[in-house]
Design a protein around this ligand. Structure first.
Ligand SMILES: Cc1ncc(COP(=O)(O)O)c(C=O)c1O
Length: 487
């Protein structure tokens, strides 16, 4: 159902304010403001009461699909519920109102938080040191690959190639190519894991790094990870961990312990920050051993003697700055608050429940979908709707129809190696009741695809807008009211 915009409900003379009676002589504005600064054009402002405005925005907000209002099973993008206390803490004036130029002596608490957060990330991942500066996962990838380039340049080795599995997130090859490397794809085997025989074929003295997501974007843990690490290290390369899927392994496996040399994390997914619609995020990068020297500057250090914290610029091999100032600080505050509230045992439980929920859902959906990679899955899985195609129905139609049942659509058409992919990640914060409701909706959709596929092809039916042209909607959003079109 369409919602009228404020201009449509405007009524001449209606207003939402009341001023006390004037107790000074009235003056003409023209006497007070120079003519060249006075705007006498009709500004076309809507005239409304406070209640009109309040109802309008509350109604609009109710049309929003968000993790606070709907189940949001967005595979690969981990939209889990974030406790509001983390938000409250990020809004404390002492954090939210720090100016980036505030002298270090005045922001000791903020520096201490960053220092402690780095220590926690080190502990969780098994790395030696972190930078908290990168502003997103993809930015972390870029940072790590620039470090890789600097590392080999320093050693006097000319390595030109980054290996990326065919199941990888699109940001991996993009970051590799942006940092000046050639990208070579490594095939997955029939089980959805990195094909070690194919990897072997690509190994040479040219290989700088293998980028791996573990569990990978099919939701599968790489069983050969130790062997792969040994293969890469034997040829002198670096093993990189795309940590976007860390929600599956917290407190269970540390990338540093299975041979990864560089990692990036996505705190906006794993550690609490609402990030739908493109931000804000963070992409801390962790490094081991020799690679630490190439981390960006400045780094937060503790003056052990005085117990104070400071920003160190003293690292001659550093790749330098990757971002203005010190990163998306408030995302890091939320991550810190989250980690403090769940604690060590809580972290492990998060991953155990995330995996349990995904496995429960995958099993429950088995009668209705084809699963090219049966798993066992970790925190997410990829179903294929290829059988629906015989009835003219595509993954996109299923995703659109789910909106009518009150569920956000899962990620579709990714990873590319699954035909008509529907990628589902329930996360640990959803109850069995919600998961059962989701299965029920997909069961109904399965029935509709047999009995009346038209319903699916025309979905959504219950939304304010129906099918949009995805590209035009994203590139040219119609957000502006134009008075000429309304008069
Ligand atoms: C596996 C994987 N790697 C990298 C990224 C990139 O992270 P960001 O969106 O923060 O740039 C994502 C994000 O969706 C991802 O799922």
């Amino acid at each position: 159902m369409k919602t009228d915009i404020l201009f449509d409900v405007s009524s001449p003379g209606r207003k939402g304010y009341s001023l006390p009676p004037l107790d000074v002589p009235e003056r003409d504005l023209r006497d007070l403001i120079p003519p060249d600064m006075l705007n006498e054009a009709d500004n076309h402002l809507p005239e409304l009461s406070e209640l009109d405005v309040m109802r309008h925005f509350v109604l609009l907000s109710n049309k929003n699909f968000s993790v606070d209002s709907h189940f949001y099973p967005l595979g690969s993008c981990t939209m889990k519920y974030n406790p509001k206390v983390n938000e409250e803490i990020a809004r404390l004036r002492g954090f939210a109102e720090i100016h980036p130029y505030t002298p270090q002596e005045h922001v000791q608490g903020a520096l201490e938080l960053l220092w402690m957060l780095e220590k926690i990330f080190v502990e969780i991942t098994g790395m030696d040191r972190f930078t908290l500066q990168p502003a997103a996962g993809a930015h972390g990838e870029l940072t790590a690959l620039l470090m890789t380039r600097a590392y080999f340049a320093h050693k006097g080795e000319k390595r030109t190639t980054i290996l990326v599995p065919d199941s990888a997130h699109g940001t991996n090859p993009a970051s590799a190519s942006m940092s000046g490397f050639k990208v070579v794809q490594v095939a997955s085997n029939e089980k959805g894991h990195v094909d070690c025989a194919d990897l072997e074929k690509h190994l040479s003295g040219d290989v700088a790094c293998l980028m791996m997501t573990n569990p990978n974007t099919l939701g599968l843990f790489e069983p050969d990870i130790l062997k792969i690490a040994a293969m890469i290290h034997q040829c002198g390369g670096i093993l990189y961990y795309d940590g976007a899927n860390l929600n599956a392994t917290l407190g269970i496996v540390r990338p540093g312990d299975v041979g990864f040399d560089l990692v990036h994390l996505n705190p906006h997914k794993t550690f609490s920050t609402p990030h739908g619609g493109g931000g804000p995020g963070a992409g801390p990068v962790g490094a081991k051993g020799e690679l630490m020297k190439f981390l960006p500057l400045p780094q937060v250090r503790k003056n052990e003697a005085g117990g104070t914290y400071f920003l160190s610029y003293d690292e001659p091999l550093s790749i330098g700055r990757v971002r203005a100032f010190y990163g998306n600080f408030l995302v890091l505050v939320r991550a810190f608050a989250y980690l403090m509230s769940v604690g060590k045992e809580g972290l492990r439980e998060i991953s155990e429940v995330a995996v349990l929920n995904a496995r429960y859902l995958m099993k429950a959906l088995a009668p209705y979908f084809h699963f090219p990679y049966p798993g066992p899955c970790m925190h997410e899985f990829v179903a294929s709707a290829k059988d629906y195609k015989t009835r003219g129905v595509k993954a996109l139609d299923i995703a659109k129809r789910l909106l009518d049942f009150g569920f956000h659509a899962p990620t579709v058409y990714f990873p590319l190696i699954v035909e008509e992919a529907l990628m589902v990640e329930p996360t640990e914060t959803e109850s069995k009741k919600t998961l059962d409701g989701f299965v029920e909706a997909l069961k109904k959709i399965h029935g509709e695809s047999r009995e009346n596929p038209e319903i699916l092809l025309k979905a959504p039916h219950a939304m304010p807008v129906r099918r949009l042209d995805d590209v035009t909607a994203a590139r040219k959003p119609d957000l502006r009211w134009n008075p000429d079109e309304h008069h």
